[in-house]
Design a protein around this ligand. Structure first.
Ligand code: HEM
Length: 402
């Protein structure tokens, strides 16, 4: 049996990338306030602790950002990570300005476009060479990867001719080489190119406004919050970073886990799409951690943690905590899990949760409407290697159409 000293957790360890859940179980049981000297972080893994930290924003600050990569961490993080790297009052002002677009009415307006996009992607897949009723494709590269950034482009008011380019840039921004501890040059270049693109978009909308997010943020109605051009650019960049990869990973994780659980796959393909989306969010969420900076000396479970400490909140671990979810390692679409923390909690709770759920329900629902059954070639599947993300780059699949 491990002691606290024997537990070792490093999000960059390839074994953790492959399967973090046994590591999380050790953390919860033996080192609920875990210290990693080498990478200079502390980690909270129990559901109650993760939730408490997420909602105690005065003690757990976002001012240095929520990522531990050296290039992203520090007091300037809000310049490209926007809300994710802000505390009040800046956070309150910017979040108020953008919130309306992500509420039920704003997202409902996007629904028909999401349906159209999904159906055109599926038509392409069905139209490929197939052997009888069988067809093979890569669920990520040929389907999941091609949806979320295009939806964000519609939301942001990006012209259609630029969608493919922005999708490639958004993907490049978050790709990491296996074992790398910081963003590669091509990711930094992609971020700079995205920022230049959004800067130009803001300039264009300033001169020629239309009915879109940018124009609205530039000219708020009386009484609405004002944001600067720079803040809009940072916010758009954050959407590309936070609202693309996460949805791809959610779709891929749903596809993968249902492929491994035949009874749950049957239930999913027979139409329990909501259960499929919600249980995947709990069982294997796309974000592996959110980082915070501790504002004052704090004692947690008898451990003194100093002000300035960098704390990782682990949603994947919280979602598998037996103290919060019965039989947490069972993938069960009939489960109700309102307490999962896949979208965070408190004032930084995911702004795009409604949109993410809409995309996942439409994409998986349309797939289930066409697919009688499928199999993933696990030997050829490729995992995302970034320490912060959990999902797949490639999921080769054979489907039997209905
Ligand atoms: C399944 C998909 C998604 C997951 C699992 C997810 C998860 C999260 C999490 C855990 C946070 C909190 C981060 C923190 O506390 O530091 C967050 C914040 C955020 N998410 Fe998402 N997200 C998803 C999709 C999206 C989408 C589609 C968008 C955009 C349309 C989006 C935009 C944002 C923004 C702007 C924030 C910052 C909110 C703030 O700091 O006030 N996310 N997300």
């Amino acid at each position: 049996m491990e002691t606290a000293e024997e537990v070792h957790f490093d999000p960059y360890d390839p074994r953790v990338t492959e399967d973090p859940y046994p590591f999380y179980a050790l953390l919860r049981a033996h080192a609920p306030v875990y210290r990693n000297e080498e990478r200079d972080f502390w980690a909270l893994s129990r559901h109650a602790d993760v939730v408490r930290a997420w909602v105690d924003e005065a003690r757990y600050s976002s001012a240095n950002g929520n990522s531990i990569e050296p290039v992203s961490w520090g007091p300037n993080a809000h310049k490209y990570a926007s809300l994710l790297a802000m505390d009040p009052p800046m956070h309150t002002r910017v979040r108020r300005a953008v919130t309306g677009f992500f509420g039920s009415r704003g997202i409902a307006r996007l629904q028909p476009a999401v349906h159209t996009l999904v159906h055109s992607l599926l038509q392409e897949l069905r139209g490929r060479d197939s052997a009888g009723s069988l067809n093979s494709f890569d669920f990520i590269r040929d389907f999941a990867d091609r949806l979320p950034m295009r939806v964000l482009c519609l939301l942001m008011g990006v012209e259609e001719r630029d969608h493919a380019r922005l999708q490639a840039l958004a993907d490049a921004q978050v790709r990491r080489d296996p074992g790398a501890h910081d963003a590669p040059v091509r990711a930094i270049e992609a971020t700079l190119e995205l920022i230049a693109y959004f800067d130009e978009l803001v300039r264009r909308r300033r001169h020629r406004p239309c009915e879109d997010l940018v124009s609205h943020l530039l000219a708020p109605a009386p009484g609405e919050q004002r944001v600067t051009g720079e803040e809009i650019v940072a916010f758009l960049n954050t959407l590309a970073a936070a609202g693309n990869d996460t949805v791809i990973q959610l779709l891929g994780n749903a596809w993968y886990w249902a492929s491994r659980h035949p009874a749950q796959r049957r239930r999913a393909l027979d139409g329990d799409i909501e259960g499929w989306v919600e249980e995947t969010l709990r069982f294997d969420p796309p974000n592996r951690f959110a980082a915070r900076t501790l504002v004052e000396d704090t004692v947690l479970h008898g451990v003194a943690v100093p002000a300035g400490a960098r704390i990782l909140l682990l949603p994947g671990s919280a979602n598998r905590d037996p103290a919060a979810f019965p039989d947490p390692h069972r993938y069960d679409l009939s489960r109700k899990s309102p307490d999962k923390v896949s979208f965070g909690a408190g004032r930084h709770r995911c702004l795009g949760a409604r949109l993410a759920r809409l995309e996942a329900r439409v994409a998986l629902g349309a797939m289930a409407g066409l697919v009688a059954d499928y199999e993933v070639d696990e030997s050829a599947a490729e995992r995302v290697t970034a320490a912060e993300a959990r999902g797949f780059l490639s999921l080769p699949t054979v489907v039997r159409w209905r």
